[in-house]
Design a protein around this ligand. Structure first.
Ligand code: DGL
Length: 269
């Protein structure tokens, strides 16, 4: 039996999922967060499905050992490659939420016939998962996808709001595939950090869909529906990474909007 005072587990390939963790903290200030960033294997976007599945299962095991009531896969690449497997593996021991389904639900509010763009890692785009979900839900929108593989490593390395990020954003987003889009899904949890630059590129004329707040709201709705919202004392959040570097530790404040104490958890050693 799950109980409300158990923590919320969140994982990503690195510190990009901290954009989701930060939105979760704003939406659900009473919840304890256990975060795992698999920095030893970053980026997931260029890994095989089998590798991402193996990493996701081992991380889920760790989050179960930490008594998490829900595992939030805060990475599009892992959501695309491993959601079904993690869900089957975890069974009734915890709830599982991915970052794609809440966005699909959100897309139901788009006007029929709207052209919506999607950018993400190679793994996410080649999985075609967004298109499959759009079709399964009979959403009458036109979805056009574009892989933007250099963006996540660029952001993880601290390159944004500068000439390099600007040049890369122009290079990618000038693709004719995105001509005429009304909305753009940021299909990678790193991308909220370049949301303003993307907005500038489109001169504010395209609605930028940032999944972090959408996912945090979905999490709140799910925990409310299952009567699992914590109503007891709030315990301290914990942040683990599989490979510790000072640069990750320094960047976390930008992703999480407040200082985080990153701990090295040698999951693969
Ligand atoms: N943040 C991950 C995602 O949402 C991608 C980063 C990576 O490639 O590791 O897809």
């Amino acid at each position: 039996m799950l109980s409300a005072n158990q923590p919320v587990g969140i994982f990503d390939s690195g510190i990009g999922g901290l954009t989701v963790a930060s939105a979760v903290k704003r939406a659900l200030p009473g919840e304890q967060i256990i975060y795992f960033g698999d920095t030893a294997h970053l980026p997931y976007g260029d890994k095989s499905t089998a590798s991402i599945q193996a990493y996701s299962i081992k991380i889920s095991d760790l989050l179960l050992k930490q008594r998490c009531k829900i595992i939030l896969i805060a990475c599009n690449s892992a959501s695309a490659a491993a959601y079904e497997l993690v869900k089957a593996y975890v069974g009734s021991k915890a709830l599982v939420l991915n970052v794609i389904d809440p966005v699909i639900e959100f897309l139901a509010t788009e006007k029929p016939g709207t052209k919506v763009g999607l950018i993400g890692t190679r793994r996410t785009i080649s999985s075609n998962i967004y298109k499959k979900r759009v079709d399964e839900n009979n959403l009458p929108i036109e979805l056009e996808s574009l892989a933007t593989p250099l963006l996540a490593p660029m952001i993880e390395d601290g390159f944004f709001n500068n000439n390099i990020s600007k040049a890369l954003i122009i290079e990618y987003l000038s693709s004719p595939k995105l001509d005429g889009i009304k909305s753009l899904i940021l299909g990678c949890t790193h991308y909220p950090l370049i949301k303003n630059e993307i907005n500038d590129f489109f001169e504010g004329k395209v609605n930028i869909i940032d999944s972090s707040d959408i996912v945090a709201k979905a999490l709140k709705d799910l925990l409310t529906h299952k009567s699992l919202l914590n109503n007891g004392p709030k315990l301290t959040d914990k942040f683990f990474v599989s490979d510790f570097t000072r640069s990750f530790a320094e960047s976390t404040k930008i992703f999480f909007q407040e200082k985080v104490n990153l701990e090295h958890y040698p999951l693969w050693e």
